[in-house]
Design a protein. Sequence first.
Lengths: 133, 133
Amino acid sequence: MKVINLHDLDGTDNDVDHGNWRSRRFVLARDGVGFSFHDTVLRAGTETEMWYANHIECVYVYAGKGTLVNRETGEEHPLAPGTMYLLDGNERHTVRVEEDIHCACVFNPPVTGREVHDEHGVYPLLTEETSPA
Amino acid sequence: MKVINLHDLDGTDNDVDHGNWRSRRFVLARDGVGFSFHDTVLRAGTETEMWYANHIECVYVYAGKGTLVNRETGEEHPLAPGTMYLLDGNERHTVRVEEDIHCACVFNPPVTGREVHDEHGVYPLLTEETSPA
């Protein structure tokens, strides 16, 4: 059993800030449970293009307000507390944020914690065995 | 891409109420993404013994207040917004609830949606292939 408070992660290697967003990772590939689990804040006033070409992601908004754009179809979805979106088709998508969005995120395969979005907004597929130290 | 609001699940087969708790399931085994994802409310004043002998569970509290007891060790942990607990050793545990706890839950293997806690508080391991209709 592991019990971790969000603020226990502040300033650690599991606290990743990319400007538009900050992600604190509770569970990573090295935990060996088959998924990773993060708390992510998307900052008000930002718009971020993302594309998880190698991962399935589930996002659950528990605070904040914004819009999710499916760039494959142009469709827009309001984001508010209680909205879940599942990227089960590696969809290119954009999140526009009106009020700081706080969300719980699940990735499969699990993120190692060393990925960064590349120029396409893509997380590379890293595994515990192959990822750089 | 799937986008679902919590209240879209109200009163559906994905809305399961067992008295002490209510679980609304956004993502289940049939979604084929390798995990299931639920929003669960544990009701104030209740105490529930649980044991996921066949599943890893990650729980993230985003509202409410209570106590998690690891029944294997007797250790107690406060539960409040921002607390994550990962049951990576199939630990028998109890949750005592002071104020309604709202949490996001991830299960691996994914729950099919047809499990119920048995007399030991255990979810049986069901798969999409073997579970009853």
